[in-house]
Ligand binder design. Structure first.
Ligand code: MG
Length: 249
């Protein structure tokens, strides 16, 4: 069931989203060789808790970290580890949500460590463009499928693989609410978009092949091909005038 939000609830989600976004960007300067993913997780945790929030993903379905931190061919759900050190040329997907005053915010960004190879830099640029195009379709009268199709068609025009197994979602009192927001689909299909809907739109795009698999840790999702994968996410609210991004400064 899709839970629409009133003005007061939208304001509350917006505050949680601002905190999520501030936390995300607080780790930008840590994207350096030698920094461990556990250190990044610790910074995110401290940032959110000191602001009076709680990391949305800590303990969610049993997840052990405060954020999901996934490197290179890891798509999502990477577990922060003191053993995993960033190195030159890595890409680092940080997916972090904050629970604040009863509501969640959710966002993700793919950071670069030093100089990243050109094909991967292009993947990041076009995955951001997928997100922008998806958000552009998030307006009253359209359907979820319009968002999905915009993301898929842009990604596939470059020969990239669109991850099917994991999707965007509604956001509110729970971090994962209805409806699902797939990154693939047909225009004009699915749930109709109306003002007051809050959605996390989050393309997960692989350089090569759409297939993914789960590692033996029970969490980390990696590309089957071993190619790099990009992930960008914003939480948006549907308004009469279209989507408004909430995960901003
Ligand atoms: Mg999400």
């Amino acid at each position: 069931m899709v839970i629409l939000k009133n003005a007061q609830e939208i304001q509350a989600v917006s505050e949680a989203c601002k905190l999520s976004n501030a936390a995300l960007w607080s780790v930008e300067s840590y994207m350096q060789p030698g920094v461990t993913t556990k250190e990044i997780d610790h910074v995110l945790h401290k940032f959110i808790v000191q602001a009076g929030g709680k990391p949305s993903f800590l303990g969610l379905y049993g997840f052990p970290g405060s954020a999901c931190i996934s490197l290179n061919s890891e798509v999502i759900h990477g577990i922060p580890s003191p053993k995993v050190k960033l190195k030159e040329g890595d890409i680092v997907k940080v997916d972090v949500g904050a629970f604040y005053n009863g509501f969640h915010g959710d966002n993700a960004w793919t950071f670069q460590v030093g100089k990243v190879d050109p094909a991967t830099v292009r993947l990041l640029k076009e995955t951001q463009e997928c997100l922008r195009l998806g958000i552009e379709q998030a307006k009253p009268g359209n359907r979820i499928g319009d968002i999905s199709h915009a993301v898929q068609s842009h990604a596939e025009s470059f020969g990239y693989g669109v991850v099917r197994e994991f999707v965007g979602h509604g956001v509110g009192r729970k971090v994962h609410e209805d409806p699902e927001v797939p990154n693939f689909g047909k225009p004009g299909r699915g749930v109709r978009l109306v003002p007051g809907m809050i959605l996390a739109i989050e393309p997960m795009i692989n350089l090569s092949g759409a297939g993914v698999k789960q590692l033996a840790d029970g969490w980390t999702i990696v590309t089957q091909s071993g190619s790099n994968s990009a992930h960008f996410e914003h939480t948006v609210v549907i308004t009469e005038d279209g989507a408004k991004i909430l995960t901003v400064k």
